[in-house]
Design a protein around this ligand. Structure first.
Ligand SMILES: [Zn+2]
Length: 161
């Protein structure tokens, strides 16, 4: 059972907070021969908390509200991975097509879904059934606490008068 993420985790250390299937996928990627022009791999977000999800949304890097992204759960049900050059710079898809092709191939072979399927230009890989795993999730009901306080206040007023 996955719970909503209370902290954001990035990078290789964050991988420990990703679903085991994603960890195995990244391990396979690291063990594969490096494609031409690729010096290594960078890991981005695994878990992403509410503040960071809002920031991604505002920046146009995500179209999901908190709870609607596989990154918003612990363990994370998505990982972002990119090819890098010798200086550690992230390579875009046109500069490292073979790197992105390898990510997509290994993800599909592991039964995962890559963002490439939707034409994304970066290496987002997620559990194919992540939505099924969180179908019990519902957004918090805003204002229910406030409503209760108002009711109590009204009751106290009635008692006094
Ligand atoms: Zn992602």
């Amino acid at each position: 059972m996955s719970e909503l993420a209370s902290t954001t985790r990035r990078g290789w250390a964050g991988l420990a907070h990703a679903d085991p299937a994603l960890q195995a996928f990244v391990a396979g990627l690291v063990q594969s021969p490096l494609p031409d022009g690729v010096a290594g791999w960078a890991i981005g977000h695994t878990t992403r908390d509410a503040a960071d999800q809002a920031a991604e949304l505002a920046a146009g890097r995500s179209n999901a509200e908190f709870g609607e992204s596989p990154h918003n759960y612990q363990p994370s049900m998505a990982v972002d991975v990119w090819p890098i050059d010798n200086e550690g710079n992230v390579l875009d898809r046109p500069d490292a097509p073979e790197g992105y092709r390898l990510i997509a191939e290994l993800a599909e072979a592991a039964g995962l879904t890559g963002g490439f399927r939707w034409g994304w230009d970066f290496g987002h890989v997620e559990l194919s059934d992540w939505r099924d795993r969180v179908e019990t999730w519902a957004p918090p009901r805003a204002g229910s606490g406030t409503l209760l306080a108002l009711l109590l206040g009204a009751l106290l007023l009635l008692v006094r008068t």
